[in-house]
Design a protein around this ligand. Structure first.
Ligand code: TXA
Ligand code: MG
Length: 298
């Protein structure tokens, strides 16, 4: 805790992925996180808090809907984009009038946040543009000595980043699908929650090149098509791996480790069978599409 209080940078596990944490009110520490990640300035980060009681410290004009969602889904993998108050600096928000806030459920993240007391910014603990870190070893491999401390809590539980929901611009809209599903949000709000199609807010995670391994990623619908495609790629001389159809929960949990393992092993191409487009599958398909988009551009 002393480390965070004095502007240190600490990587820690959350239930989604590992975060690279720093005191959200220490601009110098926040800038250091950007530098370590190689993240361009102007890309907003999420403020992590211990619980709902801390939302008002960062936000203003919180709607009844937003409060209800917080009651229902915090702590957990739901990030809310809300109107910011003066505590949220331009470094944190990328100069926008909104701030993203979430209370992670992981016991280690909870322990750190409760003892620290304030807000901790924590982007995913990976180099900008690469696959998020779901194991402490991933953080060490990407960021190593640049970080003051890596808290090893074993593999992250869900394995895919939080859902980002914009509740600052009228009807709530999903900016990034994640651990809390569209079905859960629609049920809680009593409306059909949509994916944001416009770009009033900047979400770097929505750049197609995010979440990509070095290997090229190809997406198919069935195990049979995967095997056929892999055979052709291998015939063309590419070291090819197949990720077969699987239940979406273990799929999400393992995905980034599989991407990283493939890169460590020098695999050229990964053929992935897409999960169904419901529940957590929506978020998994979103990340897979981005990984494949990068591949197709070379
Ligand atoms: O699961 C997660 O959310 C993980 C763990 C560590 O909590 N964190 C994470 O942070 O994924 P990061 O920085 O890798 O992704 C945060 C996303 C970015 O795409 C950013 O653009 C978006 O949140 N974001 C942050 N503030 C925003 C804002 N005010 N409006 C819109 N999007 C925002
Ligand atoms: Mg990230």
């Amino acid at each position: 805790m002393a480390l965070l209080r004095t502007g240190g940078v600490v990587a820690f596990p959350t239930e989604t992925v590992y975060g690279l944490g720093a005191d959200a009110e220490n601009e110098q520490a926040v800038r250091r996180v950007f530098a370590i990640k190689g993240r361009p300035a102007g890309h907003p980060v999420i403020v992590h808090v211990a619980d709902a009681s801390q939302l008002d410290a960062w936000a203003r004009e919180i709607s009844a809907e937003a409060r209800m969602l917080v009651e229902r889904f915090w702590p957990g993998p739901l990030t809310l984009v809300v109107s910011r108050n003066t505590r949220a600096s331009d470094v944190v928000t990328g100069g926008q009038d909104t701030v993203a806030v979430r209370a992670p459920a992981h016991p280690i993240a909870q322990d750190i946040l409760q003892r620290f007391g304030g807000g901790i910014i924590a982007p995913s603990a990976n180099l900008f543009g690469t696959v998020s870190a779901t194991h402490a070893e991933h953080v060490a491999a990407d960021l190593g000595d640049a970080v003051d401390l890596i808290v090893d809590g074993g593999p992250a539980t869900i394995g895919i980043e939080s859902t980002i929901l914009d509740v600052a611009h009228g009807t709530p809209a999903i900016l990034r699908p994640g651990g809390i599903t569209r079905e859960q949000l629609s049920e809680a709000l009593g409306i059909d929650v949509a994916e944001a199609g416009d770009s009033r807010v900047r979400v770097p995670g929505s750049l197609p090149s995010h979440y990509a391994p070095r290997a090229r990623v190809e997406l198919v619908d069935t195990d049979r098509n995967a095997d056929a495609r892999a055979e052709r790629l291998r015939a063309g001389g590419l070291r090819t791996q197949v990720i077969h159809a699987e239940d979406v929960v273990p799929f999400a949990h393992e995905l980034y480790e599989r991407f990283r393992a493939a890169d460590r092993a020098g695999v050229d191409a990964i053929v992935v069978v897409l999960p169904a487009d419901t529940g957590l599958g929506v978020a998994v398909r979103d990340r897979l599409r981005r990984a494949a988009a990068r591949s197709s551009r070379g």
